[in-house]
Design a protein around this ligand. Structure first.
Ligand code: AMP
Ligand code: MG
Length: 328
């Protein structure tokens, strides 16, 4: 049986990445990362970075991975408008010139599916924590339902914003984690879970205020403990509600050892499995876009040019999961 090969393009925010994937593995992946000179991500600067580098990134990927491509998949959203448009334009041009179908994929769903591919997770509750997104998702009757999500900014952006306000370079998440390791005390900070949703903006501002009176490592530690407890609480409640037996961690913030530890403890207490993919599949990557493209391609899904417009607010629960059987 001949293998299906999909070229996937990711560029929703700071990472531009192209990969070729087949049913067995990632054949090749090439990445170019935008690093802001000052402050956080500037959407138009990031888009310009992607435009400058995309020829080289795609060229390298095709050179190493071969040109026998069955379809071109790209992140249709959610993400930063200028970045999405730049990468979508390239994807359309590539599909037309290679005379293969185009497949627009949802970035959040790609995070879930790559986790199901690269770990033994089959039907997990997923905690997806990245720069812009924070969501608790699980499959139910044909869709990945959002059981809880942030009411304002993503946990990664909250960490980055706080870190920037105290003079730490972007991205701040890893720096906050490092400093938290030197803490000697916990400072109570606002804990905001409303129903099944959480919010991080107030926490970031309160933590910033706290640095006037407390040592930075103590504030970093307290920020992490508070924010992660909120995420774990909602994940646990989604597990209790859905009665699923697995938790999957996805997104760049999933690199954090303390978050993993807290989720691991919750899963152990409940007697369920906890899965974390290899680090390269956690942050934004082209392989996950190519892989979801492959699942959708196999299920017969195609995106016409007229439907290939990007959607910066594309929700995962808008996507009918036609590639999974609809039994759970
Ligand atoms: P993504 O948007 O999925 O590529 O993830 C990027 C986000 O992950 C940024 O906001 C980073 O600050 C955050 N991040 C990366 N490593 C860590 C870490 N070790 N702890 C907390 N946040 C992290
Ligand atoms: Mg992401």
């Amino acid at each position: 049986m001949s293998r299906i090969s999909i070229l996937g393009l990711e560029g929703t925010a700071w990472n531009l990445s192209a990969a070729i994937v087949n049913e067995d593995d990632v054949i090749v992946e090439t990445t170019a990362t935008y690093k802001p000179t000052t402050g956080g991500i500037h959407p138009r600067e990031a888009a310009q970075h992607h435009a400058n580098r995309i020829k080289e990134v795609v060229g390298e990927t095709l050179k190493k991975g071969g040109r026998n491509i069955d379809a071109v998949a790209f992140s249709q959203g959610p993400g930063l408008g200028p970045c999405l448009r730049t990468v979508a334009t390239a994807a359309r041009a590539l599909a037309l010139s290679m005379e293969v179908p185009l497949i627009g994929v949802n970035h959040c769903v790609a995070h879930i599916e790559v986790g199901r591919w690269r770990t033994p997770a089959d039907d997990p509750v997923t905690l997806y924590v990245s720069g812009a997104n924070s969501q608790v998702l699980a499959y139910r009757a044909g869709y990945y339902r959002v059981f809880g999500e942030t009411l304002d900014i993503g946990i990664g952006n909250a960490l980055d914003k706080f870190a920037r306000s105290v003079g730490l370079p972007h991205p701040g998440g890893p720096k906050v984690e490092e400093l938290a390791g030197k803490a000697t005390r916990y400072i109570p900070l606002p804990y905001t879970v409303k129903g099944m949703d959480f919010s991080f903006s107030g926490l970031a501002t309160a933590a910033q205020e706290c640095t006037k009176s407390f040592a930075l490592p103590d504030v970093c530690h307290s920020f992490q403990e508070t924010a992660f407890a909120m995420l774990v609480e909602v994940t646990e409640r989604a597990v209790a509600h859905t009665e699923k037996k697995e938790v999957l961690l996805a997104g760049g913030v999933g690199a954090n050892a303390r978050l993993r530890e807290m989720l691991g403890i919750m899963c152990e207490d409940r007697g369920i499995e906890f899965y974390v993919p290899e680090k390269r599949f956690m942050g934004d990557n082209g392989a996950m876009i190519a892989y979801l493209g492959l699942l959708m391609y196999r299920a017969g899904y195609r995106t016409s040019l007229s439907d290939s417009k990007v959607n910066p607010n594309f929700r995962p629960d808008e996507v009918e999961v036609i590639w999974r059987n609809n039994s759970s």
